[in-house]
Design a protein around this ligand. Structure first.
Ligand SMILES: [Zn+2]
Length: 118
C-alpha cells in the first residue's frame, strides 16, 4: 500500500472507512479498527472499503415530463398520463390551484385530446 502524504487516505476521516474481515464461511463481516487489526494479525483475510463522502444533488428525476395530461373519470378521480390518480374535494386541478403533477413533476394539462402516443 502506498501512503502518500497528499493522498486520499489522508483526506478521508476514519468514519468513512469500512473494515471487514472474511470468516471461514466466506462471509465478510464489518468490524472495528481494533478487530480488524487483530484479525489481520491472526491471518484472516481483511479489506478496507472507502466510503466516499458525496455531495448529493437533490433528488431530481432525470426526465421531467413537460406536461402531464390529467382527466377525470366518472367518479371525479383524476388520472394523469404518468399513472397517478388524484382526487380533489371539488372540481379539478385548475380550480384547486394545482399546477404541477405530484407524480411526475410535469405541468398539469387538463383534458383536451393531447396524446403522446403515436
Ligand atoms: Zn404526472
Amino acid at each position: 500500500m502506498t501512503t502518500n502524504s497528499m493522498g486520499l487516505e489522508q483526506t478521508l476521516s476514519d468514519e468513512h472507512v469500512i473494515r471487514e474481515y472474511r470468516t471461514s464461511s466466506s462471509v465478510w463481516i464489518q468490524c472495528s479498527k481494533q478487530a480488524y487489526d487483530r484479525r489481520k494479525a491472526e491471518g484472516f483475510e481483511v479489506r478496507e472499503l472507502y466510503e466516499q463522502p458525496q455531495i448529493q444533488p437533490q433528488n431530481i428525476p432525470e426526465i421531467i415530463p413537460v406536461t402531464c395530461n390529467w382527466s377525470p373519470d366518472d367518479n371525479g378521480v383524476w388520472g394523469g398520463t404518468c399513472g397517478i390518480t388524484w382526487q380533489f374535494f371539488d372540481d379539478g386541478p385548475a380550480e384547486n390551484g394545482a399546477k404541477f403533477c405530484p407524480g411526475c413533476g410535469g405541468l398539469i394539462a387538463v383534458g383536451e385530446s393531447v396524446t403522446n402516443e403515436p
